[in-house]
Design a protein around this ligand. Structure first.
Ligand code: ZN
Length: 269
């Protein structure tokens, strides 16, 4: 968890406190997202953020990254096009949502960026990729975030929508319910939670948002070459291995019960 930790720990915490004062509790989710952008991304190399200001210093992406983007987009489009959810009722609901999901993915742009704290980031129809980090052999993040683009593309399939009270993922209610139930069943007990630093708590709150869980599920499927019409069992989840991919590690940290994880993998689009 502490590997590659960013040095200005205190600065981050001060910033979070300042933002809490400034925006109040109604904007807590935005604060959490921003805090997570600063902290998680330093530790784990990826973040999603609603703020326009963090996108800067556009730099060209090379052909290899462009190809990776096209490949990972193809994986996700193929997944949605051929997805069969074992539960028939859920499959019917998914079929209703499918055209909208595929339409969202029609327009998505890739942008090279320096993103000092992150590997990748989604905002509106644009995915920014830290071309230097994503491409650099020997970087601590290199190879651990290879499913970053699937993760970010999944945000584009279910974009965040602004409405009264903050941002909400544009996911059908039944999907949100499935994910929120899994999150609730996976909450750590109180004593565990209180022993964690504020920074750690905020990182975990961020990972526990439905759109993050879903993005991690998509990356998990890519990492283990799961098929869209496959009924997932424990052996497909490689639970005995230490996960190389950080999306898989984070998902298993948040959804630690294998049965809950398998249920999510089988029920979600
Ligand atoms: Zn994300």
């Amino acid at each position: 968890m502490k590997e590659g930790e960013y040095k200005s720990e205190e600065k981050k915490l001060n910033l979070v406190e300042e933002l809490k004062k400034k925006f109040g509790k109604n904007f807590f989710i935005k604060v959490v997202v921003l805090a997570a952008f600063l902290s998680l991304s330093a530790q784990k190399g990826e973040a999603q953020n609603q703020s326009k200001t963090v996108i800067k210093n556009e730099i060209p992406v090379d052909a290899a990254i462009q190809k990776e983007f096209e490949d990972q987009k193809e994986f996700l489009v193929d997944w949605f096009s051929n997805r069969i959810i074992p539960d028939e009722d859920l499959q019917k609901k998914f079929e209703d949502a499918k055209p909208h999901i595929l339409k969202n993915l029609e327009t998505v742009f890739l942008k090279g960026d320096t993103l000092p704290f992150a590997i990748g980031m989604w905002h509106n129809d644009t995915i920014s990729i830290n071309a230097k980090l994503f491409n650099r052999q020997g970087d601590p993040f290199y190879g651990t975030s290879k499913n970053t683009l699937v993760h970010e593309l999944s945000h584009d399939a279910f974009p965040m929508k602004k409405s009264a009270g903050g941002y909400h993922p544009d996911m059908p209610e039944w999907m949100l319910t499935i994910i929120q139930n899994a999150i609730e069943k996976s909450l750590p007990d109180d004593s565990d939670w209180q022993n964690k630093s504020t920074d750690m708590q905020e990182s975990e709150l961020y990972l526990r948002t439905p759109e993050e869980i879903y993005a991690h599920i998509c990356a998990f499927r890519k990492e283990y070459n799961l098929r869209p019409n496959q009924i997932i069992t424990e052996k497909d989840c490689h639970l005995e291995e230490w996960p190389k991919d950080k999306n898989v590690r984070e998902l298993r940290m948040i959804i630690s019960d294998p049965d809950i994880l398998i249920d999510l993998l089988n029920k979600l689009p």
